[in-house]
Ligand binder design. Structure first.
Ligand code: GDP
Length: 424
């Protein structure tokens, strides 16, 4: 058996989906262990182009079992829509290749409503939520006010549990936000509809994973977002509401005793950040527009233009350490081909002092980027498949990055397609 987690080193959108799709060829089971339908893992392969929100990115490989672990925010409505979309494009999704943990908690319709109500209340101080209900969902989970997927097999228990939650949640909807309450009929109709649809996929995935591990199967854990958005280690409060780091993979997947043999950290060759929060290396104006256009940097889930900047070595080194990465996949190197000189952020300046250390979140707003430039290669590299065939300046950029972040770059991605990869 081997175990590996594929995780984001930065703010998310690094290209994790693309790497999971590639690396799944060596694995038997792919498990999403946290986050919800706010992901947008883009995969381009023989079936077409997909932005997977909740489905694990291993669904395109026949014979691979995909699991939604207990740590995910199980949005049954969006999951079902996604299953239908993917099936329409010829991808097989059955209870044999998709299993949902009976211990995953259900994201309920009021979570999305509350997310939108709270962002509206915050006005110009909003967090930039994708409004998929993720923060209200995780708050409720930790208050023990959600429904476990497995309760769908116990209708009596479920009905009583829902009635209790409804009474409690309506206090917030009406009392705090002055919004309309939810009715039991509405809730029951939603659960009956989407609960029935996903029920065939729900099982004891912990049992399944223990058996798979005993049988020597290879397990791949897929993260959503990146280290800098991790609830405990990221740029709080501009984080997501769950732990995106590799260390959480065993807990959120259903195999808490698993040890990770490998952690592949995905780093984009430049920086992007969707939503609010401090982003020290941010570019503006023409330089930002050109980079955004070159990289097609618009949110896969929201279509929002992403904030862009040069590769931030301070943040990336912190991300590598936080994830415990054993190897790096550097993606989108081809996007930088238009630049004669490539800026990189090497340090931060805080109150006139230079530092290599990623600061405490509250100090990030005071940090200014210290940049230097590396020579560009000024030619298209998207067709290159061998390290030796990359222009010397592109190799230098990769080697420089590798040394600065302290982790071996094993994969260099030069296009979104599955085979647009250089192994080192
Ligand atoms: P994820 O959420 O980490 O999976 O990343 P996203 O899917 O949000 O963003 C990555 C985007 O970059 C997607 O549109 C991918 O198709 C694309 N992509 C991934 N790797 C490469 C690459 O090496 N070159 C180019 N040009 N695009 C890439």
């Amino acid at each position: 058996m081997k175990t590996c987690a594929i995780v984001g080193i930065n703010w998310g959108d690094e290209g994790k989906g693309r790497m999971v799709d590639l690396i799944t060829a060596d694995y038997d089971v792919v498990i999403r262990y946290q986050g919800g339908g706010n992901a947008g893992h883009t995969v381009v392969n023989d079936y077409g182009k997909f932005a997977l929100h909740l489905l694990p990115s291993g669904v395109f490989h026949s014979g691979v079992v995909n699991i939604l672990g207990n740590g995910v925010a199980l949005d049954a409505e969006n999951l079902w829509r996604e299953i239908e979309d993917v099936r329409e494009k010829g991808v097989l999704i059955t209870p044999e290749n998709l299993k949902i943990s009976d211990r995953a908690s259900l994201l309920l319709p009021w979570h999305r409503r509350l997310d939108a109500l709270e962002e509206a209340r915050l006005g110009d101080k909003q967090y930039g939520s994708t409004k998929q209900g993720i923060a209200p969902f995780y708050s409720d989970k930790y208050q023990k006010k959600t429904i476990l997927a497995g309760e769908l097999f116990y209708p009596e228990v479920l009905r009583a549990h829902l009635a209790d939650l409804l009474e409690w949640k309506n206090l917030t909807l009406t009392g705090v936000y002055g919004a309309a309450p939810c009715s039991m009929d509405e809730l029951t109709a939603w659960i009956t509809d989407f609960g029935e649809k996903i029920r065939p996929f729900i099982c004891d995935t912990g049992k399944y994973l223990r058996a798979a591990s005993a049988a020597g199967k290879n397990l791949l854990f897929e993260a959503q977002l990146g280290a800098l958005r991790d609830l405990d280690y990221g740029i709080y409060p501009y984080t997501t509401s769950s732990n995106a780091i590799a260390a959480y993979a065993p807990v959120g997947s259903g195999l808490p005793s698993a040890k990770l043999d490998e952690v592949i950290g995905v780093v984009k060759a430049y920086s992007t950040c969707v939503g609010e929060g401090p982003f020290v290396c941010e570019l503006f104006g023409n330089a930002a527009d050109r980079l955004r256009e070159a990289g097609g940097e618009y949110g896969a889930k929201t279509g929002r233009p992403r904030r862009v900047g040069p590769l931030d070595l301070v943040a990336t080194r912190y991300g590598v350490q936080t994830q415990g990465a054993t190897a790096i996949a550097l993606t989108k190197l081809d996007v930088l081909s238009y630049l004669d000189e490539i800026p990189v952020c090497t340090q931060y300046e805080i109150h006139g002092e230079h530092t290599d250390r990623f600061p405490f979140p509250a100090a990030l707003g005071m940090a200014k980027p210290v940049t230097q430039t590396l020579p560009g290669w000024a030619c298209d590299i998207s067709g290159v498949r061998r390290w030796a065939d990359l222009p010397a300046a592109a190799r230098r950029y990769v080697e420089y990055t590798e040394e600065a972040i302290g982790c071996h770059i094993r994969y260099v991605s030069v296009g979104p397609e599955r085979d647009a990869i250089i192994m080192r």
